[in-house]
Ligand binder design. Structure first.
Ligand code: HPA
Length: 272
Protein backbone atom coordinates (compact mmCIF):
# COMPACT_ATOMS: atom_id res chain seq x y z
CA UNK A 1 0.00 0.00 0.00
CA UNK A 2 1.50 3.35 -1.12
CA UNK A 3 0.06 5.69 1.48
CA UNK A 4 -1.77 3.81 4.22
CA UNK A 5 -2.61 6.97 6.20
CA UNK A 6 -4.36 8.60 3.22
CA UNK A 7 -6.38 5.42 2.68
CA UNK A 8 -7.45 5.37 6.33
CA UNK A 9 -8.35 9.08 6.41
CA UNK A 10 -10.46 8.84 3.25
CA UNK A 11 -12.39 5.87 4.64
CA UNK A 12 -12.89 7.61 8.00
CA UNK A 13 -14.38 10.67 6.29
CA UNK A 14 -16.85 8.54 4.29
CA UNK A 15 -17.84 6.50 7.32
CA UNK A 16 -18.26 9.50 9.61
CA UNK A 17 -20.37 11.47 7.15
CA UNK A 18 -22.65 8.45 6.56
CA UNK A 19 -22.95 7.16 10.13
CA UNK A 20 -21.41 9.63 12.60
CA UNK A 21 -19.36 8.46 15.59
CA UNK A 22 -19.65 5.61 18.09
CA UNK A 23 -18.48 4.72 21.59
CA UNK A 24 -18.02 0.96 21.21
CA UNK A 25 -17.19 -1.24 18.22
CA UNK A 26 -18.17 -4.90 17.85
CA UNK A 27 -16.79 -7.21 15.17
CA UNK A 28 -19.35 -9.93 14.50
CA UNK A 29 -18.03 -13.44 13.95
CA UNK A 30 -19.74 -16.31 12.12
CA UNK A 31 -23.27 -16.87 13.38
CA UNK A 32 -23.71 -13.39 14.90
CA UNK A 33 -24.53 -11.72 11.60
CA UNK A 34 -28.03 -10.67 12.65
CA UNK A 35 -27.01 -8.91 15.88
CA UNK A 36 -27.82 -5.63 14.08
CA UNK A 37 -31.50 -6.15 14.87
CA UNK A 38 -30.72 -5.38 18.53
CA UNK A 39 -29.88 -1.77 17.64
CA UNK A 40 -32.18 1.23 17.29
CA UNK A 41 -31.68 4.52 15.38
CA UNK A 42 -29.69 2.58 12.83
CA UNK A 43 -27.42 4.01 10.16
CA UNK A 44 -25.59 1.70 7.78
CA UNK A 45 -22.89 1.88 5.17
CA UNK A 46 -21.97 -1.03 2.89
CA UNK A 47 -18.24 -1.66 2.57
CA UNK A 48 -18.42 -1.02 -1.16
CA UNK A 49 -19.37 2.62 -0.45
CA UNK A 50 -16.23 3.21 1.60
CA UNK A 51 -13.34 4.43 -0.56
CA UNK A 52 -10.17 2.39 -0.14
CA UNK A 53 -12.00 -0.44 1.59
CA UNK A 54 -11.00 -3.93 0.43
CA UNK A 55 -13.18 -5.48 -2.26
CA UNK A 56 -14.74 -8.66 -0.87
CA UNK A 57 -13.96 -12.02 -2.41
CA UNK A 58 -17.51 -13.33 -2.01
CA UNK A 59 -19.96 -11.74 -4.46
CA UNK A 60 -23.24 -10.69 -2.84
CA UNK A 61 -21.76 -10.76 0.67
CA UNK A 62 -20.20 -7.34 0.71
CA UNK A 63 -20.54 -6.69 4.44
CA UNK A 64 -21.40 -3.43 6.12
CA UNK A 65 -20.98 -1.24 9.16
CA UNK A 66 -24.13 -0.81 11.21
CA UNK A 67 -24.28 2.09 13.69
CA UNK A 68 -27.04 2.19 16.29
CA UNK A 69 -28.04 2.66 19.92
CA UNK A 70 -27.68 -0.15 22.44
CA UNK A 71 -27.89 0.18 26.21
CA UNK A 72 -27.61 3.97 26.03
CA UNK A 73 -24.45 3.84 23.94
CA UNK A 74 -23.69 4.40 20.29
CA UNK A 75 -22.40 1.10 18.93
CA UNK A 76 -20.69 0.39 15.63
CA UNK A 77 -21.05 -3.16 14.33
CA UNK A 78 -18.78 -4.65 11.72
CA UNK A 79 -20.87 -7.25 9.94
CA UNK A 80 -18.48 -9.25 7.79
CA UNK A 81 -14.73 -9.24 8.47
CA UNK A 82 -11.66 -9.71 6.31
CA UNK A 83 -9.57 -12.82 6.89
CA UNK A 84 -5.97 -13.36 5.91
CA UNK A 85 -6.90 -16.72 4.31
CA UNK A 86 -9.04 -14.86 1.77
CA UNK A 87 -5.85 -13.32 0.44
CA UNK A 88 -6.13 -9.92 2.11
CA UNK A 89 -2.94 -8.26 3.27
CA UNK A 90 -2.43 -7.62 6.98
CA UNK A 91 -3.06 -3.90 6.25
CA UNK A 92 -6.41 -4.78 4.71
CA UNK A 93 -7.42 -7.18 7.50
CA UNK A 94 -6.74 -4.52 10.11
CA UNK A 95 -7.80 -1.38 8.20
CA UNK A 96 -11.22 -1.39 9.96
CA UNK A 97 -9.49 -1.29 13.37
CA UNK A 98 -7.36 1.71 12.41
CA UNK A 99 -10.51 3.38 11.08
CA UNK A 100 -12.21 2.69 14.43
CA UNK A 101 -9.28 4.27 16.21
CA UNK A 102 -9.55 7.42 14.06
CA UNK A 103 -13.29 7.51 14.81
CA UNK A 104 -12.46 7.71 18.50
CA UNK A 105 -13.41 4.15 19.49
CA UNK A 106 -11.90 3.23 22.87
CA UNK A 107 -13.52 -0.18 23.44
CA UNK A 108 -13.70 -3.05 20.97
CA UNK A 109 -15.43 -6.42 21.26
CA UNK A 110 -14.07 -9.08 18.91
CA UNK A 111 -16.15 -12.23 18.44
CA UNK A 112 -15.41 -15.36 16.46
CA UNK A 113 -16.12 -19.03 15.89
CA UNK A 114 -13.34 -21.30 17.13
CA UNK A 115 -12.45 -24.95 17.47
CA UNK A 116 -12.20 -26.34 21.00
CA UNK A 117 -8.70 -27.57 21.90
CA UNK A 118 -9.41 -27.87 25.63
CA UNK A 119 -11.18 -31.23 25.85
CA UNK A 120 -13.24 -30.14 28.86
CA UNK A 121 -15.12 -27.58 26.71
CA UNK A 122 -18.57 -28.60 25.48
CA UNK A 123 -19.42 -27.81 21.84
CA UNK A 124 -21.52 -24.65 21.71
CA UNK A 125 -19.98 -23.02 24.78
CA UNK A 126 -18.72 -19.46 24.86
CA UNK A 127 -15.09 -18.75 25.78
CA UNK A 128 -13.75 -15.49 27.14
CA UNK A 129 -10.35 -15.01 25.51
CA UNK A 130 -7.70 -14.42 28.19
CA UNK A 131 -4.66 -14.29 25.87
CA UNK A 132 -3.52 -15.31 22.40
CA UNK A 133 -0.83 -17.36 20.69
CA UNK A 134 0.13 -16.20 17.21
CA UNK A 135 1.20 -19.21 15.13
CA UNK A 136 0.46 -17.55 11.80
CA UNK A 137 3.99 -16.32 11.20
CA UNK A 138 2.45 -12.93 10.42
CA UNK A 139 2.29 -9.67 12.31
CA UNK A 140 0.12 -6.74 11.18
CA UNK A 141 2.60 -4.23 12.65
CA UNK A 142 5.47 -5.40 10.43
CA UNK A 143 6.91 -2.52 8.39
CA UNK A 144 7.46 1.13 9.17
CA UNK A 145 5.75 1.97 12.46
CA UNK A 146 2.66 4.15 12.12
CA UNK A 147 3.57 6.58 14.90
CA UNK A 148 0.16 8.28 14.70
CA UNK A 149 -1.35 5.13 16.17
CA UNK A 150 1.15 3.80 18.64
CA UNK A 151 4.68 2.75 19.56
CA UNK A 152 7.08 0.52 17.63
CA UNK A 153 7.07 -2.18 20.32
CA UNK A 154 3.59 -2.27 21.88
CA UNK A 155 3.03 -4.25 25.06
CA UNK A 156 0.75 -7.30 24.85
CA UNK A 157 0.73 -8.23 28.55
CA UNK A 158 -2.98 -7.50 28.79
CA UNK A 159 -4.03 -7.94 25.18
CA UNK A 160 -7.55 -8.67 26.45
CA UNK A 161 -8.49 -6.02 28.96
CA UNK A 162 -8.79 -7.34 32.55
CA UNK A 163 -11.57 -4.87 33.49
CA UNK A 164 -13.64 -5.75 30.41
CA UNK A 165 -13.10 -9.46 31.10
CA UNK A 166 -14.38 -8.94 34.63
CA UNK A 167 -17.51 -7.27 33.20
CA UNK A 168 -18.09 -10.20 30.84
CA UNK A 169 -17.75 -12.70 33.71
CA UNK A 170 -20.23 -10.67 35.77
CA UNK A 171 -22.66 -10.52 32.85
CA UNK A 172 -22.44 -14.27 32.32
CA UNK A 173 -23.12 -14.86 36.02
CA UNK A 174 -26.16 -12.58 35.98
CA UNK A 175 -27.52 -14.31 32.89
CA UNK A 176 -26.85 -17.79 34.26
CA UNK A 177 -24.62 -18.45 31.26
CA UNK A 178 -21.56 -20.65 31.50
CA UNK A 179 -18.56 -18.73 30.21
CA UNK A 180 -15.32 -20.68 29.77
CA UNK A 181 -11.98 -18.89 29.74
CA UNK A 182 -8.93 -19.65 27.69
CA UNK A 183 -6.14 -18.89 25.26
CA UNK A 184 -6.97 -18.42 21.57
CA UNK A 185 -4.45 -19.58 19.00
CA UNK A 186 -4.42 -17.95 15.55
CA UNK A 187 -3.82 -20.35 12.66
CA UNK A 188 -3.74 -19.19 9.04
CA UNK A 189 -6.38 -21.49 7.59
CA UNK A 190 -8.34 -21.88 5.40
CA UNK A 191 -7.96 -25.63 5.94
CA UNK A 192 -8.79 -26.83 9.41
CA UNK A 193 -5.82 -28.01 11.46
CA UNK A 194 -4.48 -31.55 11.55
CA UNK A 195 -4.85 -33.64 14.73
CA UNK A 196 -1.06 -33.38 15.19
CA UNK A 197 -1.25 -29.59 15.04
CA UNK A 198 -4.03 -29.60 17.61
CA UNK A 199 -1.98 -31.82 19.96
CA UNK A 200 0.89 -29.35 19.48
CA UNK A 201 -1.15 -26.24 20.28
CA UNK A 202 -2.62 -27.95 23.34
CA UNK A 203 0.91 -28.57 24.63
CA UNK A 204 1.72 -24.92 23.88
CA UNK A 205 -1.16 -23.78 26.09
CA UNK A 206 -4.01 -23.07 23.66
CA UNK A 207 -7.64 -23.75 24.58
CA UNK A 208 -9.15 -22.81 21.21
CA UNK A 209 -8.02 -22.30 17.60
CA UNK A 210 -9.32 -19.98 14.95
CA UNK A 211 -8.49 -18.03 11.83
CA UNK A 212 -9.17 -14.43 12.89
CA UNK A 213 -9.19 -12.00 15.83
CA UNK A 214 -5.45 -11.92 16.63
CA UNK A 215 -4.39 -9.40 13.93
CA UNK A 216 -7.29 -7.15 14.94
CA UNK A 217 -6.30 -7.50 18.61
CA UNK A 218 -2.67 -6.58 17.91
CA UNK A 219 -3.60 -3.48 15.90
CA UNK A 220 -6.25 -2.41 18.42
CA UNK A 221 -3.72 -2.65 21.26
CA UNK A 222 -1.20 -0.73 19.18
CA UNK A 223 -3.85 2.04 18.91
CA UNK A 224 -4.56 1.91 22.65
CA UNK A 225 -8.06 0.47 22.18
CA UNK A 226 -9.26 -1.82 25.00
CA UNK A 227 -10.21 -5.26 23.65
CA UNK A 228 -12.66 -7.90 24.80
CA UNK A 229 -12.58 -11.21 22.90
CA UNK A 230 -15.27 -13.87 22.99
CA UNK A 231 -15.20 -17.13 21.04
CA UNK A 232 -18.04 -19.48 20.32
CA UNK A 233 -16.66 -23.02 20.41
CA UNK A 234 -18.54 -24.25 17.36
CA UNK A 235 -16.79 -27.63 17.10
CA UNK A 236 -14.11 -29.67 18.79
CA UNK A 237 -10.78 -29.12 17.05
CA UNK A 238 -9.34 -31.78 14.72
CA UNK A 239 -8.71 -35.18 16.29
CA UNK A 240 -10.54 -34.45 19.56
CA UNK A 241 -13.54 -36.42 18.38
CA UNK A 242 -13.37 -39.26 15.93
CA UNK A 243 -15.02 -37.28 13.16
CA UNK A 244 -14.12 -34.77 10.44
CA UNK A 245 -14.80 -31.03 10.83
CA UNK A 246 -17.03 -29.25 8.39
CA UNK A 247 -18.06 -25.68 7.85
CA UNK A 248 -21.78 -26.56 8.08
CA UNK A 249 -21.34 -27.81 11.66
CA UNK A 250 -19.47 -24.60 12.52
CA UNK A 251 -22.29 -22.43 11.12
CA UNK A 252 -25.04 -24.54 12.71
CA UNK A 253 -23.52 -24.37 16.19
CA UNK A 254 -23.02 -20.63 15.75
CA UNK A 255 -26.73 -20.25 14.98
CA UNK A 256 -27.76 -22.47 17.88
CA UNK A 257 -26.02 -20.31 20.49
CA UNK A 258 -26.49 -16.90 18.91
CA UNK A 259 -29.21 -15.89 21.41
CA UNK A 260 -26.91 -16.57 24.37
CA UNK A 261 -24.10 -14.79 22.58
CA UNK A 262 -26.35 -11.79 21.85
CA UNK A 263 -27.58 -11.61 25.49
CA UNK A 264 -24.00 -11.65 26.73
CA UNK A 265 -22.95 -8.90 24.32
CA UNK A 266 -25.91 -6.71 25.25
CA UNK A 267 -25.23 -7.11 28.95
CA UNK A 268 -21.52 -6.32 28.56
CA UNK A 269 -22.26 -3.22 26.46
CA UNK A 270 -24.64 -2.12 29.24
CA UNK A 271 -21.82 -2.29 31.77
CA UNK A 272 -19.16 -0.59 29.61
N1 HPA B 1 -10.19 -24.44 13.52
C1 HPA B 1 -9.94 -23.20 13.06
N2 HPA B 1 -10.87 -22.27 12.94
C2 HPA B 1 -12.13 -22.59 13.31
C3 HPA B 1 -12.46 -23.87 13.79
C4 HPA B 1 -11.41 -24.85 13.91
O1 HPA B 1 -11.64 -26.00 14.32
N3 HPA B 1 -13.79 -23.86 14.06
C5 HPA B 1 -14.25 -22.61 13.76
N4 HPA B 1 -13.24 -21.85 13.29
Amino acid sequence: MKNPMKRIEKAVRALESACGKADIAIVLGSGLGDFGKELTNVKEIPYEDIPGFPVTTVPGHAGKFIFGDLGGKRVMLMSGRFHSYEGYSMDEVTLPIRIMSQLGIKNLILTNAAGGVNTSFPVGCLMLITDFINLSGKNPLRGKNMDTFGPRFPDMTNAYDPALREMALESAKELGLELQQGVYCWMNGPCYETPAEIRMVRILGADAVGMSTVPETIVARHCGIRVLGISCITNMAAGVLNQPINHEEVMETGKRVRNDFASLLKSVVDKM
